[in-house]
Design a protein around this ligand. Structure first.
Ligand code: DAH
Length: 350
């Protein structure tokens, strides 16, 4: 006997099909269509049951017919529901797990130059200095004239200047150092002065591992009554120890800048080999970090400050250089290329 003639068997086939219909899921339109064909197509499972309806004994026909119709409706409804949720973008129907954590978005990080600049400034802020900034496009007076570079002075050649030609003269230029902000601070006429001046500077230099046409400096200026070279030396030592560690030593070498007299170049003891000599300090045990000196009385006078009453010191350092020493960056160009592999190395520096 065909199983369909057995009432119990009929019921259980319908029950089982009904349970499967209610659990149907699909990820695409095509999958829904395949399910429809499998159930309700010409040779579909439900269609076959309808065909067998003819052979069901008369006393079972009513019940079996009712149950078949219910099953067919269930299948149609479920297929419709799948279609609707698919077009509504409901990913639950497609079996996606909405509780999965999202893809991590890579976060940007601070640039090493900006980290270093902030560290330098925060050290001086702690010492009571305030921060001043000035224009990148400057005039000859603020970059050279007021800083004791007379016209035709050979020291102007030390800094390869980008001039902005305005036809009549070469008076407008890109500042070659942040010492111009010293001048802008002094001309305000408020004394005493205790200021640090960060900024971008520009020099007409061929780009290489050790030189760039754009870089960053922090300038410092301290003017008051009775400021001495000993004060300068102490200020430089305290900065070096804050920046490079409490055991850091300094060494001053005589140098020349038009705006300071006497002038010095500051070296710090190499914090990599602890002074023994390595390839970073080229075997000397010392690393150059800044220029400094006592403000030349000519500079004070040019800016309206009485050099018989006031004295002061100034210093200037390259931010790239300090960052190179801190993280042993060997090639200056790395700072400007924005290679994320390089920048990511600083992501954990706070
Ligand atoms: N302006 C100098 C330069 O760009 C750096 C410098 C040296 C600044 C000595 C100073 C200083 O204030 O006293 O090379």
């Amino acid at each position: 006997m065909h199983p369909i003639y057995n009432t119990k068997m009929n019921e259980s086939i319908i029950d089982e099909l009904s349970a499967r219909v209610k659990a149907l899921s699909a990820k695409t339109e095509q999958e829904i269509e395949d399910l429809r064909v499998r159930l309700l197509g010409k040779k579909g499972e439900i269609t076959k049951l309808f065909e067998e309806f003819r052979t069901v004994p008369a006393e079972q026909k009513r019940l079996f017919g009712q149950r078949l119709n219910v099953l067919k409706n269930e299948a149609l409804q479920q297929l419709n529901a799948l279609r609707e949720s698919l077009s509504a973008g409901d990913s639950a129907a497609s079996g996606e797990d909405l509780t999965m954590p999202g893809d991590a978005m890579p976060l940007g990080s601070r640039h090493p130059i900006s980290i270093t600049r902030e560290e330098i400034l925060s050290i001086y802020k702690k010492f009571g200095y305030s921060v001043a900034e000035g224009p990148e496009i400057e005039d000859d007076w603020h970059v050279f004239g007021a800083l004791n570079f007379p016209p035709e002075h050979p020291a102007r050649d030390m800094q390869d200047t980008f001039f902005i030609n305005n036809q009549t003269d070469n008076n407008i230029l890109l500042r070659t150092h942040t010492s111009s902000i010293q001048v802008r601070t002094m001309e305000k006429g408020q004394l005493p002065i205790r200021v640090v001046c960060p900024g971008r500077v520009f020099r007409n230099e061929a780009i290489s591992a050790r030189a760039h046409c754009i870089f960053h400096q922090v300038e410092g200026l301290y003017i008051d009554k009775n400021v001495s070279f000993a004060d300068l030396k102490q200020a430089v030592l305290l900065f070096a120890q804050e920046m490079f560690g409490p055991d850091t030593q300094i060494r001053l070498r005589p140098s020349y800048f038009p705006f300071t007299e006497p002038s010095a170049e500051v070296d710090v003891s190499c914090n990599i080999c602890k002074g023994k000599g390595c390839n970073i300090c080229k075997g000397t045990g010392w690393l150059e970090i800044m220029g400094c000196g006592m403000v030349d009385p000519n500079v004070l006078e040019a800016n309206g400050i009485d050099s018989k009453v006031y004295s002061g010191f100034a210093f200037g350092m390259g931010v790239e250089r300090i960052a190179m020493l801190k993280w042993q960056v060997k090639d200056l160009r790395e700072y400007f290329e924005n290679d994320v592999r390089f920048l990511q190395e600083f992501a954990t520096v706070v």
